[in-house]
Design a protein. Sequence first.
Length: 198
Amino acid sequence: MNFDIIIFATALYALTTETIEDSFVLIIYQITFGKKTVIYGLVFASITVASILAVLVIYGIPNIEAYSEYVVKGSGIFLIGLGGYWVIRFLLVKTGTLKEESEESELKQKSITKSFAPFMMVFVELLEILAILIPFVLTNHIIETSLSVVVSIGISVVLMFVIGGRLRSKFENKLSQVKMFAGMALILSGVIIILHVK
């Protein structure tokens, strides 16, 4: 199978944007919930998503290959919808209709959800990455996807080590701006997945 540069570029763009955004979001969650709670949430959410992916690869993909076209389109629509949500949320915050960090502040005040909220929030972040990966894996673009995963993780880790600590204080109350940029990337990625991934 030939190496598809458009698939590679799309996966690299989507995954790099998402991993960088996730790193910045984790900084914001650390400010809101505390470092220890977020680390626990990240570990448990990662295990959960990895288990979902393993089940999909071992049991699910052989059964859904016949419906791969619908799964790919569904994933693209999901990414467009999610990206649209974050762009709209940013606009609502900018116009003053919605208060910044309202969801996180409410969750932080409830003691029952204080330890569960970071898990759910990180889980959603990882589901976005899963939604990006599934169409490429399902359509047998394994080389392009694997290469883009390695490069995107490398870029995001380097950026976080270089600038993450210095920007920590500047990210407070900036979740909607960070998510807006990721939202635009999700929309573009979803459109390319729908139009090009086969």
